[in-house]
Design a protein around this ligand. Structure first.
Ligand code: CO
Length: 170
């Protein structure tokens, strides 16, 4: 496993649409491993392939410690309801945005073994999944946020103390 550099806002890569993963092979599994290591190193709750410079449809999330999920070629089956979220992004350091996200999401995707998996999520996990799906379409939270502001000192401090639980930095 290896840490990868995170592509930051301003780089055109983040605005491009990702292509499908054609073969779920060792190369893909290595990229996923590196994405997991990079996400954990930055104490994020999710990371999408374009954030490490790879324009393929895949992302990993870890909305809670011990709940690591991988999505390859995800497709939205259903979205319902709405909830407001405060989001950050590893590719947009220092900013937080207020968003409207679905309360419930159902997504079909492949895992690293090539098995098809149906994911259903509500609450925070649904927010994280929706955030990562946007990355695959070349969309950042700052493109759709109702309000974008600088992360306050308090929020940064909160992040220091309780990173995974308090923030959706993905
Ligand atoms: Co992000």
């Amino acid at each position: 496993m290896a840490l990868r550099n995170i592509v930051c806002e301003g780089d055109e890569i983040l605005k491009k649409k990702c292509r499908e993963v054609t073969d779920i092979d060792d190369r893909v599994r290595t990229i996923l491993d590196d994405m997991i290591e990079t996400m954990r190193d930055k104490e994020g709750v999710g990371i999408a392939a374009p954030q490490v410079g790879i324009l393929r449809k895949m992302f990993v999330i870890e909305p809670e410690e011990g709940e690591l999920l991988e999505f390859i070629n995800p497709v939205i089956i259903e979205e319902k309801g709405s909830q407001e979220s405060d989001e950050g992004c590893l590719s947009v350091p220092g900013l937080v945005g207020t968003m409207d996200r679905p309360e419930f999401i159902k997504v079909e995707a492949y895992d690293r073994t090539g098995e098809k998996v149906i994911h259903e999520a509500t609450g925070f996990k649904a927010i994280v999944i929706r955030h990562e799906l946007d990355h695959l379409e070349g969309i950042l939270f700052i493109d759709n946020a109702k309000e974008v502001r600088e992360a306050s000192g308090e929020e940064e401090q909160e992040e220091e103390q309780n990173k995974k639980k308090s923030k959706n930095k993905s």
